[in-house]
Structures are given as structure tokens and as C-alpha cells.
Design a protein around this ligand. Structure first.
Ligand SMILES: [Zn+2]
Length: 526
């Protein structure tokens, strides 16, 4: 999709379709009022007659508008009650607009919806919102934010996975070109904000779609080697297409012989029953002007298929376990976005990738494995494998790169879906300052998180009688005991863990989360 900012007066905008917002109670948005004057008040008259209610999900197309405007048609989009418009309803409105354009096969349009005023999101039940309503209003009305959110919503709504349809749906048309109108011809700052929003929104949208695509691919295609090859392709593409990145980027891919030498025994144990080779993928970006800056590390779980191993899962919904690599997909895609956005940070992205299968060679319940860090782990359940591949990846990145922060993300526990459903990801930490940053980034990016406790009592639940630690907690709180397990491997490094089992894997499939959250978090570090 080609995206542009335009500061031409609205009535002179030459476009196949001009998109204007209208509210309930016959209220026109500022842009609609502006156009209304030029077309003999046709919009006011329609609303007066009750042709359009203005509710969200309702819309009306005006063909051949009379008067002095250059647009071929006008699409009026219902935006609900003006006083209730917030960034959540805004996304619904944009998605509805995307559907209407697609149904009518309109692939070129000019929108004014990013000019609507958003009110604060008090309903979210979130303390910081109430503390700073005013700031929130300003932030939400930031054009950059609204443009970026629009692009993400359009991209999310337009995406269709058709790779394995012999006869793809050719009726599914998506926007090729969208112009974001700028209200003020003289204010170049506003135009610059729109252009920044386009760059950020497009980069994040593309990264999210890539993560969603990999998550949707079946596990006979998306294997540990596939993820490693994709990461390699991305590095080469960035080096060749983005200026001055060639000497800032590097990639290391470790196979089973190297991992054995490195003592990554927990990672290797998970892949032992599989014919697919276990990999560790490490991407490095030296974007900081100060090369001695310690890097930030992001680590994502890449179990490309999780059968549960010998503790095999029930048949029902096992096919969803092709998505058990959504953390890996998000981490690689976020890394790519950070480089494209030219963030001045040093960043390490790490993906332990393995397939968890039952087999004569598979690791067994009761086995004791010496982790890379040195702790002995008793395997209580071969289906609690995510923490095993993560603990080795974490201790490798800590010993090798001494990062200033480490963020792990994984479809780690089904228990997090019981706690938070599919809306918010679970957040766990050993460092409240870092957790607060991630929480804020979640709110800003609309890819939210909610913090769960990690008190010391929970640590007792992962004690083992025969080894240093057990890979499964007793007596409930499965998400917390999983995070508690990871905490044993992180030492003093500030760390946040994000459990995305409910948010990256939704009932409708892979979502591309938490790419938006991670990119926002990295942008806010600057
Ligand atoms: Zn599992």
C-alpha cells in the first residue's frame, strides 16, 4: 500500500473516494463540515433526513457530489457519539472503513478520519490514565499516533492468508493507495507528523503481518531451519537496502554440534525427539552512536511445533501448536523494524528454535538436565518445554553480551489465557522500572500487558527433590511459576517476561502480537 500525506485544501483533493466522519445526533466532523459547504450542504441534508445514523459500523456512499469538489465520491463513515470516541472505537471505525472500501473495490482513497479528536480511555480501568487525563488527550490527538494506528488497523483488517488456496479469492481487494489529508496548509509541522506516522505505522504493520504470517504457516514449512533462513534473508535484505547498516548488523546461527559444545543442554533436550535440527539464532544490531553501549536483548520462544513430547497433548486443538513460535516471530520481526526505523540503540535478538516431538530419542519425564547456566533441571513434564529453551538462551545472552536489559516473550502457558483471556499479555519482572516502561509501551501501542505477581512464595512451587529446580510448578499459578523458573536464570539483569499465549494465538489464529508493543518499547528507550 502506498501512503502519502497531502496538505491540499480538502475540496481540491483529486481522489476516487474522499472519506469523512460523521457522528450520531446528526453531527458532522470538522472535515465533513468543510466539504459540506462546497456541496450545497448535501451531507447535512442526508443526516437531517435520517439516511445515516452516524453509529459505528454504518456508512453511506455519495456518488457524483455536486458542487466544487474534486473527489469522485464521498464515503461517510459513522463514528458513534462524538464524546465517546477513543482509540479503541477509532480502530473499529478504521476497520469498518477498510471493509467498505474492499467490498466496493475502491483501492485508492483519501482519508480525514485521523483528524478526529480522540477522548481519553478511562474505561480501560487503568490507573495512569486517570492520573494524566490531559496528557493522554494530547497524546491521543497526536496526528502521528492516529496515522500510525490507522495504518496498523487497515493492514490488520486487509490481511488474508491465501498461500495454500489453489483458487485464491480474487474478489478480496485491498487498498493500493491511501492519502492522509493534512488540515492546515501552512503548518508544516503537522505534515511532518503525518509523514512520521506513515513511516512508523507502515514499519510496525509490516513487521506484525510478517509475524502473523510465520505464525500461520504450518509446522511442516515453518521449522527451526526455516526461521533461521528467514532471519538470514532479513539481515541480507537490510544490509543491501538500508543505508549504513552493513557494518552494524550480524547474525549467528548455531546448529546442534555447536549447541552441544556450548552446553545448551536444556534447549537440545527439547529437540531430541525431532528430525528437525534445533537452532539458536542470534541477531545483532549496533545502532547506538556509542559502540560500548550495552545492548538491550529480546528473546523469543521458537517451538515450531509442540506436540507436548512424551507427555503428549490431547488431540483437540493440537494443530494450534504450530503457533508455539509466535515469540520467535515477534522478536525477529521487531528486530527488523528497529533497524528500519534506524533506532540508535544496540540490540540483540535471540531465538532458541526447536520442535518438541515424542520419539525413541525424546527426552523423558524424570530426566535431569544440566542447563547452560549450570543449574540442574528435573523434567517433570516434557510439555513444559518453552522455559527450557528460554533458560539456556537467556543465560547465553547474559554471559556473552552482558545486556543492560532482557525481555523474553513466549507463548509460554495456557494458564495465562485463564487469567487474562486474549486481550492483554501477562507481564512478569524482577525490575519494576523496566516493567513500568513495558506497561506504558503496551498502552501506547494498543498491545497491552497486565502485571502478575512474582513473590518469593511461588519459588517454592518449583523446588525439586532430586535436582536444583523442576520444570513444572505444583499447586496452581502456572503462568507465575513458569516465570519464576525463568527468573532463576536471569541473575541481576533487569528483566521482563511477557506471556503471549492468549494474545499471539487468538481463536481466529496468529495475530502478530506483541510486535507493536516491542517496537514501541524500543522506540521509547531512545
Ligand atoms: Zn509445551
Amino acid at each position: 500500500m502506498e501512503l502519502f500525506a497531502s496538505n491540499r485544501p480538502l475540496h481540491t483533493e483529486q481522489t476516487p473516494c474522499l472519506i469523512l466522519g460523521v457522528f450520531e445526533q446528526k453531527k458532522l466532523s470538522a472535515s465533513a463540515q468543510e466539504i459540506d459547504k462546497h456541496i450545497d450542504h448535501a451531507i447535512s441534508k442526508l443526516l437531517e433526513r435520517g439516511d445515516l445514523s452516524g453509529s459505528i459500523g454504518h456508512s453511506l456512499m455519495l456518488y457524483h457530489p455536486h458542487g466544487l469538489i474534486q473527489a469522485e465520491r464521498i464515503l461517510l463513515i459513522g463514528c458513534g457519539k462524538e464524546e465517546n470516541l477513543n482509540s479503541f472505537s477509532f480502530q473499529k471505525i478504521i476497520k469498518h472503513m477498510t471493509d467498505v472500501l474492499s467490498q466496493r473495490n475502491i483501492q485508492d482513497a483519501c482519508s480525514t478520519l485521523h483528524l478526529l479528536d480522540l477522548k481519553n480511555q478511562g474505561k480501560e480501568g487503568d490507573k495512569t490514565d486517570r492520573k494524566s487525563d490531559k496528557n493522554k488527550d494530547q497524546k491521543n490527538n497526536n496526528l502521528k499516533f492516529k496515522v500510525a494506528l490507522s495504518i496498523r488497523a487497515i493492514s490488520h483488517e486487509s490481511y488474508k492468508f491465501q498461500e495454500f488456496k489453489s483458487k485464491p479469492d480474487t474478489h478480496h481487494k485491498t487498498l493500493n493507495k491511501l492519502v492522509f489529508s493534512c488540515p492546515d496548509q501552512k503548518n508544516l509541522d503537522l505534515l511532518a507528523q503525518i509523514n512520521q506516522g506513515i513511516q512508523e505505522g507502515q514499519t510496525i504493520a509490516e513487521a506484525s503481518i510478517q509475524a502473523r504470517y510465520w505464525g500461520t504457516l504450518p509446522s511442516n514449512i515453518c521449522t527451526p531451519s526455516y526461521l533461521a533462513n528467514q532471519a538470514e534473508k532479513i539481515i541480507n535484505h537490510l544490509k543491501n537496502n538500508f543505508k549504513n547498516t552493513a557494518d552494524k548488523l550480524s547474525i549467528k546461527i548455531y546448529g546442534e554440534p555447536e549447541l552441544t559444545q556450548m552446553g545448551m543442554n536444556c534447549l537440545l533436550a527439547v529437540g531430541k525427539g525431532s528430525r528437525e535440527e534445533t537452532k539458536l539464532i542470534v541477531l545483532s544490531y549496533q545502532g547506538s552512536p556509542n559502540p560500548t553501549d550495552k545492548p538491550h536483548a529480546i528473546v523469543g520462544k521458537g517451538v515450531t511445533f509442540d506436540s507436548g513430547g512424551l507427555c503428549i497433548k490431547p488431540r483437540q486443538n493440537m494443530c494450534d501448536m504450530k503457533m508455539d513460535m509466535c515469540g520467535a516471530a515477534a522478536v525477529i520481526s521487531t528486530f527488523e523494524a528497529a533497524v528500519k526505523l534506524n533506532l540508535p540503540i544496540n540490540l540483540i535478538a535471540v531465538v532458541p528454535a526447536a520442535e518438541n516431538m515424542p520419539d525413541g530419542n525424546a527426552f523423558q519425564p524424570g530426566n535431569i538436565i544440566k542447563s547452560h547456566q549450570g543449574l540442574f533441571v528435573e523434567i517433570v513434564d516434557t510439555d513444559a518445554e518453552g522455559r527450557l529453551i528460554l533458560c539456556d538462551a537467556m543465560s547465553h545472552v547474559i554471559s556473552e553480551y552482558k545486556p543492560q536489559s532482557i525481555l523474553t516473550t513466549a507463548t509460554l502457558t495456557g494458564a495465562i489465557i485463564i487469567s487474562l483471556g486474549h486481550h492483554l499479555s501477562g507481564l512478569f519482572t524482577n525490575d519494576q522500572d523496566l516493567a513500568d516502561k513495558v506497561f506504558e509501551a503496551g498502552k501506547k501501542s494498543h498491545d497491552g500487558v497486565w502485571q502478575l505477581p512474582m513473590n518469593d512464595q511461588y519459588q517454592d512451587q518449583i523446588n525439586s527433590q532430586v535436582a536444583d529446580i523442576a520444570n513444572l510448578g505444583k499447586d496452581g499459578a502456572g503462568s507465575i511459576t513458569a516465570a519464576s523458573f525463568l527468573s532463576r536464570f536471569v541473575g541481576e539483569t533487569p528483566w521482563v517476561h511477557i506471556d503471549i499465549a492468549g494474545t499471539a494465538m487468538a481463536p481466529q489464529g496468529a495475530t502478530g502480537r506483541p510486535v507493536a508493543l516491542l517496537v514501541q518499547y524500543l522506540m521509547d528507550l531512545v
